[in-house]
Ligand binder design. Structure first.
Ligand code: NJP
Length: 240
């Protein structure tokens, strides 16, 4: 209650569910994504603020943090949730620009968030950064080289950042959500590759469960998981 939180990738899926849950808990919620219409509509509904942001653009992420600090007097929580997997393709079929774009969002986007938020959190005397990770960070799936390697790099950032700021009251925690019922799973299924893409919709975790996991990590429960990936599982006990 009363905390200020930025959630990236808040236009749909896990990010939207997290924005809604945080608002219900009484946080000042700042929604960031590229789809300005979508985040504005959600922000109007939940009493939050929408700031159109491409996380691949550092200047945009820095402006997002600055505007949040100006509006709310500080920043307590950053959820680096924005991510993409499309297009899924085996290495020899991949397009170099599209491959690099996934790294720009899933990996560099997390760095941009950390780089912009940490000074504001130091000013505040502490804070929590949640990086939405994946079982793919430590796994290998056909056609997912861009996604697995970008999530592995982001997990390394989680570890490094938590270590650097451990004594400054800033916690950096990863969360691997398992397979979640969002647009991303529709894209995975459409690719036709890998057993994980054959799952029925009902086998996926509802996005609001993930939102509650994120809220748990932002409270005292997160202390035990800093610098690591906290893993949610599907209701069949399967990891992503
Ligand atoms: O995906 P989806 P999820 N700048 O496609 C935004 C991870 N994860 O909710 O910009 C800013 O419904 C995009 O907004 P827009 C996954 O890797 C998932 O499932 O308007 N935002 C949208 O709001 C990701 O890190 C599963 O297009 C950008 C959001 O990202 C996180 O969970 C499993 C952006 C994507 O919404 C949320 O994914 C797992 C940019 N450049 C990890 N590019 C799963 N679903 O099963 C995209 O292990 N966005």
């Amino acid at each position: 209650t009363g905390k200020t939180a930025i959630i990236t990738g808040a236009s749909r899926g896990i990010g939207e569910a997290t924005a809604r849950h945080f608002a219900e808990q009484g946080a000042n919620v700042v929604l960031a994504a590229r789809s300005e219409g979508a985040i504005t509509a959600i922000a109007d509904e939940i009493g939050g603020t929408a700031i159109a942001t491409d996380v691949a653009d550092y200047a945009a992420v820095a402006a997002l943090v600055d505007r949040t600090v100006q509006a709310h007097g500080g920043l307590d929580i950053l959820v680096n949730n924005a991510g993409l997997i499309d297009p899924i393709a085996r290495l020899a079929d991949s397009d170099p620009a599209e491959w690099a774009r996934v790294a720009d969002v899933n990996y560099k986007g997390v760095y941009h968030g950390l780089r912009a938020a940490i000074p504001a959190m130091l000013e505040r005397g502490g804070g929590t950064v949640i990086n939405i990770s994946s079982g793919a960070a430590t796994g290998a799936l056909e056609g997912w080289s861009h996604y697995c390697s970008s999530k592995a790099a982001a997990l390394s950032l989680t570890r490094c950042a938590d270590k650097e700021y451990r004594d400054d009251g800033i916690r950096v925690i990863g969360l691997s959500p398992g397979t979640v019922a969002t647009e991303m799973q529709r894209e995975i299924k459409a690719s036709g590759l890998n057993p994980v893409s054959q799952l029925e919709w009902e086998a996926h975790i509802p996005p609001d469960w993930v939102a509650k996991g994120i809220a748990y990590l932002c409270g005292p429960g997160g202390d035990a998981h800093r610098g690591t990936d906290f893993s949610l599982k599907t209701n069949e006990g399967r990891e992503a």
